[in-house]
Design a protein around this ligand. Structure first.
Ligand SMILES: NC(=O)c1ccc[n+]([C@@H]2O[C@H](COP(=O)([O-])OP(=O)(O)OC[C@H]3O[C@@H](n4cnc5c(N)ncnc54)[C@H](O)[C@@H]3O)[C@@H](O)[C@H]2O)c1
Length: 427
C-alpha cells in the first residue's frame, strides 16, 4: 500500500474544514500534517483535531511559503481575492494545490496562476465540486455518449434563495468586489459556467454578452416604516422578508453556518446570538435595502460557441428557494432537470413513435442523498488524492487548464455587463 499523502491546510475556514475532515475518515489516503491561518483559534482547532505538531502550525500562507517544504500538497481555502497571491509562492515552494473556486478574480490573475503552474510543473485542481455531483456527472456521461446528438443549445439558470442572497451577498462577505474581489456571477455562478464549458467538451466559446442590475436591494424598494437596523429602529421588521430576527433567530436552520461562523460565535447561546445581532455594527442586522450594495442581484449571460452552438445562463438572487435548472437541446434529443430535485429527464427523438419521442427519467437521489453539493465535496478530495498518488483520476477532474474556460466566460460577461451588454469576442 502507498504511503498516505501529506497535506497542509491553508485558510482553515468553512470550506477547508469540509475537505480536511475527510482525512479523519480515510487515514490511509491522506493526513493533515500542517495548518496556516491568520486566526489563531482556527489554527488551534486544526492542530487539536488533526494532531498537527506545533512546528507545523503557521500564522499565514505567507509564513508557510517561507518554510522548507514538508508535505506533498496544500488545500487552499482562503477567500477569493487571496487565491492567486497565496498559491503562487506555495507552488514555487513545490506544493501541488487543491484550490477553492474562483481560482482567480480576473483574467490577468488567472493567466498569472497558469503561467506559474507551467513554470513550476506543479498541479492545481480547482474546487468545482458540482462536476462530481451525480446529477451533473451523469448528464456529462449521457452527453459524451452521444445519446442526444450534438449540442445545439444549453440553457442554465440559478435561483438564489432570499435567505442565501441576504446572508452571503447583501449583508455578507461577498457584498462587494472590495470584500471578495469579484461580482456575484463569479462568486456564486462560476460553478455553473464551468459546467456549461465542461459539457461543451472543448468546443470553445467565441462571444459573450451579458446584462444585469441591482433590482431589489435599493433604498427605494424598502417597505414603508423601515429603518436602518432590524433590531434597533425598524417599524416594518415583522412584515419584512429580510427580518434578521426571523432569518437568523426564529428560523436558525436557514444558512445558519454562514452567519455564526462569520460573527465568531459558532455554538453560542440564543441569548448571546440575540445580543450579537442587536449590536449597532453587526452587518447581518442591517436593512437589506440600505446596504449600499456594490454588486448586481440578477444577471443574464449569452454565449456563442465556435461550432455555432449557443448557451444562456441567468442568475436571480432573492428567490423563494435555491435551485439550479439545466435544459440541453441536442440534434437527437434533450435533457432537462433541476439539480435540487436529484433527477432529470432524457427525451430522445423517435420519429416513428406516436409522440415523436421517448422519455426516461434518471434519478440520482440515492447517490446524492440530499447533500448540498451532491457529495461533490468528498468526491473531489478523492480525485485530488488519486492525482497526487499517481492513480486514475475521474472524467470530472478539474485541472487548472481545464477550468480556465468557465472563468473566462465570467470575466467577459462582467466586462460586457459593465458596457451595457456589448458583446465581447474571444480570438
Ligand atoms: N466550492 C464551493 O462550492 C464553494 C462554496 C462556498 C465557498 N467557496 C469558496 O471557498 C473559499 C473559502 O470560503 P469559506 O466560506 O471557507 O471562507 P472562510 O472565511 O470560512 O475561510 C477562509 C479562511 O482563510 C483564512 N485566511 C485569511 N487570510 C489568510 C492568509 N493570508 N493565510 C492563511 N489563511 C488566511 C481566514 O482566517 C479563514 O479562516 C472562498 O473562496 C469561497 O468563495 C467555495
Amino acid at each position: 500500500m502507498t504511503k498516505p499523502v501529506q497535506i497542509i491546510v491553508v485558510g482553515m475556514g468553512e470550506r477547508s474544514m469540509i475537505y480536511a475532515r475527510e482525512a479523519l475518515a480515510h487515514k490511509d489516503w491522506f493526513r493533515i500534517v500542517g495548518v496556516a491561518d491568520i486566526v489563531p483559534e482556527r489554527v488551534r482547532l486544526a492542530r487539536d483535531l488533526f494532531s498537527i505538531p506545533e512546528e507545523h502550525c503557521f500564522s499565514s500562507a505567507e509564513e508557510l511559503a517561507e518554510y522548507p517544504r514538508f508535505a506533498d500538497a496544500v488545500i487552499n481555502g482562503t477567500m477569493d481575492r487571496q487565491h492567486v497571491a497565496t498559491s503562487v509562492p506555495l507552488l514555487k515552494r513545490g506544493y501541488d494545490i487543491l484550490l477553492e473556486k474562483p481560482f482567480a478574480v480576473n483574467q490577468e490573475e488567472a493567466e498569472e496562476l497558469l503561467r506559474c503552474v507551467r513554470e513550476t510543473g506543479r498541479r492545481v485542481m480547482v474546487c468545482h465540486v458540482l462536476r462530481y455531483a451525480p446529477f451533473y456527472r451523469t448528464i456529462k456521461e449521457i452527453v459524451s455518449g452521444g445519446e442526444i446528438g450534438r449540442i445545439i443549445n444549453i440553457q442554465m439558470s440559478e435561483q438564489v434563495s432570499f435567505f442565501h442572497e441576504s446572508v452571503s451577498y447583501v449583508r455578507g462577505k461577498y457584498a462587494s468586489p472590495e470584500l471578495c474581489g469579484s461580482g456575484m456571477l463569479l462568486s456564486k455562478c462560476s460553478h455553473d459556467l464551468d459546467i456549461m464549458a465542461w459539457l461543451m467538451s472543448g468546443t470553445k466559446p467565441v462571444s459573450v454578452s451579458s446584462i444585469g442590475s441591482l433590482f431589489q436591494f435599493r433604498p427605494e424598494m424598502a417597505p414603508p416604516g423601515s429603518g436602518s437596523h432590524c433590531f434597533l429602529d425598524c417599524a416594518a421588521e415583522r412584515e419584512c422578508v429580510y427580518s434578521a430576527r426571523r432569518l437568523y433567530l426564529e428560523h436558525p436552520q436557514r444558512w445558519v453556518n454562514n452567519i455564526w461562523h462569520e460573527c465568531g460565535c459558532d455554538g453560542c447561546s440564543e441569548e448571546e446570538k440575540r445580543r450579537i445581532l442587536s449590536g449597532r455594527d453587526n452587518p447581518y442586522s442591517r436593512c437589506v435595502y440600505g446596504c449600499d450594495l456594490q454588486i448586481v442581484d440578477h444577471q443574464s449571460v449569452l454565449i456563442g460557441f465556435e461550432d455555432g452552438a449557443t448557451g444562456t445562463f441567468s442568475m436571480t438572487g432573492g428567490a423563494a428557494a435555491s435551485g439550479r435548472h439545466i435544459h440541453i437541446t441536442g440534434t437527437r434529443g434533450e435533457i432537462d432537470g433541476i439539480f435540487e430535485e436529484q433527477r432529470f429527464t432524457v427525451s430522445r427523438i423517435v420519429p416513428w413513435e406516436a409522440e415523436g419521442k421517448n422519455v426516461r427519467t434518471v434519478d440520482v437521489s440515492a447517490q446524492q442523498k440530499g447533500n448540498a453539493h451532491g457529495g461533490g465535496d468528498q468526491a473531489i478530495v478523492r480525485d485530488f488524492i488519486a492525482l497526487l498518488s499517481g492513480g486514475k483520476t475521474s472524467p470530472c477532474c478539474t485541472a487548472l487548464e481545464d477550468s480556465m474556460t468557465g472563468h473566462q466566460i465570467v470575466f467577459l460577461a462582467e466586462k460586457s455587463r459593465e458596457r451595457n451588454g456589448e458583446t465581447q469576442y474571444i480570438d
